[in-house]
Design a protein around this ligand. Structure first.
Ligand code: AKG
Ligand code: FE2
Length: 262
């Protein structure tokens, strides 16, 4: 089981549970109004582009959209939510000057989809440093997540780097949570989408946050049009990577005032 805390919990409590179990749910972190706006903005993109990334890993009954802020401004209320920033700060900032957005993905699992392969999101990085998490993920529920409709499957405690091959069904729990809740899990925590045995789709948005000195999973500069990025508030642009790390990584000569190096 993962702990479920509520939106009045302190970020310290959340970090404590996340560090202990590798995952934690914060129930009802945002209102239905926020979630419904994001769902509304995503809908046409799910319909038009959602099948483009179907493969053995993503599934063939699952719709996906990448670079979510580029198509849904309201998604920033989730992706750049203060709670996410505080959690990412707590996990990552002991090991970097500033963390950054790694990737953003909207995932709608349709009825008939089977369990996604269990994996670690940080497997994109080929090395590990003992006691250093490279990234942390936030999965926002745009619908109620239930065991039946494919709530994310998580192996509590698996940020201990155990082998995925040794995981048995008994080790897996599902992040059942009401719409508007958020599941935080470590980059090293074993997890995967669940089979949808219900009659309705299950929709969610995952954003990952990574150490500021790593290559971002999504190329934010290419995947979010420049004029759209320019319209975002400064803290969001910084989060997307429009800033240097320690005034050395990611510098560019067009920043004579040093705005993005501060
Ligand atoms: O859809 C989910 O619940 C999880 C998806 C996931 O973990 C992934 O695609 O990396
Ligand atoms: Fe994943």
């Amino acid at each position: 089981m993962l702990k479920t805390l509520d939106k009045n919990s302190s970020t310290n409590e959340i970090l404590h549970a996340l560090n202990d179990d590798g995952g934690v749910i914060v129930a009802n972190q945002v209102s239905d109004v926020v979630v419904d706006q994001v769902s509304k903005e995503l809908r046409p993109h799910f319909v038009e582009h959602g099948t483009k990334h179907q493969d053995d890993f993503n599934g063939y009954m699952t719709l996906r959209i990448y670079a979510v802020p580029g198509v849904s401004r309201a998604s920033l209320d989730l992706i750049a939510h203060q709670r996410c920033l505080e959690v990412a700060d707590g996990i990552l900032n002991p090991h970097c000057d500033n963390f950054q957005l790694g990737s953003t993905t909207a995932i709608e699992i349709h009825p008939g989809e089977s369990d996604q392969e269990l994996h670690r999101d940080d497997a994109i990085y080929p090395i590990r440093i003992p006691d250093v998490e490279f990234q942390v993920s936030a999965m926002w529920a745009l619908d109620d997540f239930t065991e039946e409709n494919g709530a994310t499957r998580v192996v509590p405690g698996s940020h201990d780097l155990r082998s995925i091959d040794g995981v048995s069904a008994d080790d897996i729990t599902q992040a059942a949570m009401p719409k508007g809740s958020v599941l935080f899990y470590m980059g090293s925590t074993i997890h995967g989408g669940g089979a949808n045995r219900s009659t309705l789709p299950r929709s969610g948005v995952i954003s990952t946050y990574s150490l500021g000195w790593l290559r971002q999973e999504d190329n934010q500069y290419l995947s979010i049009p420049r004029d759209v990025a320019d319209s975002f508030p400064e803290h969001v642009r910084r989060l997307m990577g429009y800033q240097t790390h320690c005034q050395s990584l990611g510098t560019y000569p067009g920043d004579p005032d040093g705005l993005w190096s501060k």
